[in-house]
Write a protein that binds this ligand. Structure first.
Ligand SMILES: [Zn+2]
Length: 186
C-alpha cells in the first residue's frame, strides 16, 4: 500500500439517472477474438467482472482507448469492486481518487449496481482518464460551461457521462446515436 505524507483526495459519484438506460438483457457472446483484450495489470476487478471487461474491450473502440490510457500510466492503479448493492439506491457508483505526493494515484471504484455495469464502469474509468490528464475538476467546477460540476463534496463531468453511454452503445453493437443528455449529472 502506498503511503504519503500528503494525500489529495477527489471523489466522484454517479447518480441513478432517469434516462432509460441500455441494458444488456441478452448475454454477451464471444466476438471474433482478433483484438487484444488483455486487461492491464494496474486494473483490478472481481473475477466475475473480468469476462465482461474483456468483452467490452473486444466490442468497444472507446473502451480500448480508455484502457490503453490507463495501461500507459503505471503510476495509476484502479481497483473496482462491488459494494453492498442492496443498501444504495441513489448512487450507481463512487470513485475515490487518492493522489500521493510523489505522483502515485490510487482509484477505488465501488459499484452499487449490477445493472448497466458496462456504462457505469466506462463512466468511472473516464474519471480516471481525466485525472491521468491532470484535469483540475475542483477549479473547473467553479467556472461556467466547463462540463464539470460539483455535487456536494463530489464531482461529476459531462465527459464521463457521454463516454459511459458511448461505450455502452458500442459494447452492445449499436450504431444508433442517442439524444444528448438534458442534465449533466443524470
Ligand atoms: Zn461520474
Amino acid at each position: 500500500m502506498v503511503r504519503g505524507l500528503f494525500v489529495f483526495i477527489l471523489s466522484f459519484v454517479t447518480f441513478v439517472g432517469s434516462f432509460s438506460s441500455v441494458t444488456h438483457a441478452d448475454p454477451i457472446t464471444a466476438a471474433d477474438g482478433s483484438l487484444v483484450t488483455v486487461l492491464p495489470a494496474n486494473l483490478t476487478a472481481p473475477g466475475t467482472l473480468r469476462p465482461l471487461l474483456e468483452e467490452m474491450l473486444r466490442r468497444s473502440p472507446t473502451f480500448r482507448q480508455q484502457v490503453s490510457k490507463l495501461r500507459a500510466a503505471p503510476h495509476v492503479k484502479m481497483a473496482i469492486r462491488y459494494s453492498d448493492v442492496s443498501s444504495w439506491h441513489v448512487l450507481r457508483a463512487e470513485s475515490t481518487v487518492s493522489r500521493f505526493e510523489w505522483g502515485a494515484m490510487q482509484v477505488d471504484t465501488q459499484l452499487y449496481t449490477v445493472r448497466d455495469a458496462v456504462e457505469v464502469i466506462a463512466h468511472e474509468l473516464e474519471h480516471v482518464c481525466e485525472q491521468i490528464e491532470g484535469l483540475d475538476v475542483r477549479q473547473l467546477s467553479h467556472q461556467r460551461n466547463t462540463g464539470v460540476y460539483s455535487v456536494g463534496q463530489h464531482f461529476e463531468t459531462r465527459r464521463a457521462v457521454l463516454v459511459g453511454r458511448q461505450v455502452a452503445r458500442e459494447a452492445l453493437g449499436l450504431t444508433l446515436g442517442s439524444a444528448p443528455p438534458t442534465h449533466p449529472t443524470e
